[in-house]
Write a protein that binds this ligand. Sequence first.
Ligand SMILES: NC(=O)c1ccc[n+]([C@@H]2O[C@H](COP(=O)([O-])OP(=O)(O)OC[C@H]3O[C@@H](n4cnc5c(N)ncnc54)[C@H](OP(=O)(O)O)[C@@H]3O)[C@@H](O)[C@H]2O)c1
Length: 346
Amino acid sequence: MSEKESVCVTGGSGFIGSWLVRLLLGRGYTVHATVKNLASNWILILLELEREFGDRAVLWAEDEGETKHLRAMEGAEASRLRLFQIDLLDPASIHAAIRGAVGVFHLASPCIVDRVHDPERELLDPAVKGTLNVLRAAKESGVKRVVVTSSISAIVPSPSWPADVVKDENCWTDVDYCKQNEIWYPASKTLAEKAAWEFAKENGLDVVVVNPGTVMGPVIPPSINASMAMLFRLLEGCSEEYANFYMGSVHVKDVALAHILVYENTSASGRHLCVESIAHWSDFASKVAELYPEYKVPRFPKDTQPGLLRAQYPSKKLIELGMEFHSMEQIIKDAVESLESKDFIS
Ligand SMILES: NC(=O)c1ccc[n+]([C@@H]2O[C@H](COP(=O)([O-])OP(=O)(O)OC[C@H]3O[C@@H](n4cnc5c(N)ncnc54)[C@H](OP(=O)(O)O)[C@@H]3O)[C@@H](O)[C@H]2O)c1
């Protein structure tokens, strides 16, 4: 394996970020991975343990940091993994993480889908201003290409899209509809992606975008993220239909690989829908119920996403770049096995 250039992954300790860091290290890249709290978790644990156990706390605390799973990755040794603490609203912290990197993968963004009290502060500012801060730092550092992680949430909800046309990269979430209905996560992803395209155009920065569906699969970090929590709740019997959030699922490893494909293929441009298929939450739930009858998965009406046309291979742009998507069945099996083996669910 030849040693490659340095790249920066914002949100490197998250669900998708951890897989991306693992694949990049495996390909020989040097990775600058950013986390929100490099030290504070350690300090909190350290203080608690120190109170209880005295000196031994120092050793134990180092083992409990949110970066332990990154440090344990093959290739993390020999300075090929560098960790940086950033705050998306602090340009200086972002500059420090990006300096020296040739490419940037911008994943960090708040993933809060319910109980939003202050949308501006909790979601919109970090998503939009954070993206602009990352792009500005990339431009100033002479970065060659930036991959921005957007979402299907920048594609749906889109109520005025023609009912007989399959949704694709030309479809955009209706931000006014989101604001009127207080659906803040899609608003944040859409405004952030639009800001990225505007910045790229005005500043001549090479930006390419991946729009993943609902991401599931093996979990590397010590806790589960919002999309794996959807599966967790389904297995627990929750009957929420996610009418404005769901459009299909995708394996977490495929999402990480899609980021690398669009980074490495200079011909890749624009948005890239990244889903195994366009499906309704009801399709996903009934497949989970079929595979895992021992869980109390609820029954849903046939169409949980009113007006969403199903499609077998909608991610044509990524398939043309060589992507082979895991099936929905494999996504579910890998995700449930991970939840069970890590004792998130039993
Ligand atoms: N999961 C999905 O189904 C899905 C689908 C489409 C798109 N996406 C997008 O994929 C990206 C990664 O999501 P994920 O699923 O991997 O979720 P995740 O595990 O919650 O990762 C989000 C990451 O963003 C970081 N972050 C959030 N706010 C930050 C802030 N103010 N400053 C610095 N870092 C901040 C978090 O850092 P810490 O871990 O250090 O807190 C975390 O690493 C996000 O942009 C998300 O919108 C996810």
